[in-house]
Write a protein that binds this ligand. Structure first.
Ligand code: ATP
Length: 309
């Protein structure tokens, strides 16, 4: 005879990665959103989302970590909205108590909010025992934010449309990065507004054949040559010290540096794991304690289950 499980004891834990953009091309606005052509890579910096069954049909969120105070624990939290959307679409009255252990910087250009939404969708689908396939979860995710489908998929992918239409990209080997994460975030809408002022009529965005070739080459120097972000100048206008940070790459021994998303996180591509250790130390010495530096690698998988009931 098996012992009945108290639903309140049911816990699902999901780990979900941050992303960086190896390339980000920003095109004209359509239906209020810029058309994008981007290459995402999921890297080994994670938020963990824990979902506990709750009797009363309510959603509650607790966020933990150094930057937890920057995120609301109510309906403004993307994780809360993800749980709510899933419950509405699947027509149940299930409750969930969410705990988010945040390591991904808030408003850092690494899609931390979208990662939490992706993690919550997967955690709640398992907790509530819903019959949804990965494609259906990704479609729901796209309603919450353009980066959410990638949080579920992970790996390296080309994003078009608003960044939510994904195609897997062929990559070989592992890339090593050192991230420089400024203590203060940058607002994505503000960076796009500045981009529009600088470039009111951008060309149609596309991922270049050179970038595709570099992704499937094993040589980090090939990838370094094609890293690109159209939002760089706009972000540097708003945060001039970013230009100095990007210029540090040769001095600290990195192959190249690229702004991730709308910034302010800067990703330094290095030759291998040993180089990452050196570059990390040199960056820390240059930047002091204001900017947190982390060694990461990619690609890594998207949202994945660490614990199930
Ligand atoms: P974007 O995905 O727009 O590029 P980003 O990666 O720069 O954003 P996020 O950390 O995803 O930054 O957060 C953007 C904003 O979303 C934050 O300022 C915060 O107010 C809000 N937000 C809502 N839910 C969350 C969450 N779970 N984690 C982080 N931010 C959240």
């Amino acid at each position: 005879m098996t012992e009945a499980v108290d639903p309140a004891e049911e816990v699902v834990r999901v780990r979900v990665p941050a992303k960086i953009n190896l390339a980000l091309r920003v095109g004209p606005v359509e239906d209020g959103y810029h058309r994008l052509a981007t290459v995402f890579q999921a890297v080994s910096l994670y938020d963990d989302v824990t979902a506990r069954w709750q009797r009363d049909g309510e959603t509650t969120v607790i966020t933990r970590g150094r930057e937890a105070h920057l995120v609301g624990n109510d309906h403004t939290n993307l994780a809360w909205r993800a749980a709510d959307l899933l419950r509405q679409r699947c027509g149940g009255d299930w409750g969930v108590a969410l705990t988010i252990d945040k390591s991904i910087p808030v408003a850092g250009g690494m899609a931390g909010g979208s990662a939490d939404a992706a993690g919550t969708l997967l955690a709640c689908a398992v907790l509530w025992d819903l019959d949804l396939d990965p494609g259906e979860l990704r479609e729901l995710g796209a309603e919450l934010g353009a980066d959410v489908p990638f949080g579920l998929a992970g790996g390296t992918a080309i994003g078009t449309g608003r960044g939510d239409v994904l195609a897997p990209a062929l990559t070989r080997g592992t890339s090593h990065w050192v991230l420089a994460m400024a203590g203060r975030g940058l607002s994505t809408p503000e960076v796009f507004r500045r981009f529009d002022e600088r470039q009111p009529e951008p060309p149609e965005p596309e991922v270049s054949p050179e970038l595709m070739a570099a992704l499937s080459s094993r040589r980090p120097a090939d990838l370094a040559a094609v890293l690109h972000n159209d939002l760089t100048d706009a972000a540097c206008d708003l945060r001039p010290e970013l230009a100095e940070l990007l210029d540090l790459a040769p001095r600290v021994g990195a192959l190249r540096a690229v702004l991730s998303g709308s910034g302010p996180t800067v990703a330094f591509l290095v030759a291998d794991e040993a180089a990452a250790v050196d570059v990390h130390l040199r960056l820390k010495a240059e930047l002091g304690s204001e900017v947190e530096c982390r060694r990461v690698h990619g690609p890594v998988p998207g949202a994945r289950l660490l614990q199930t009931p």
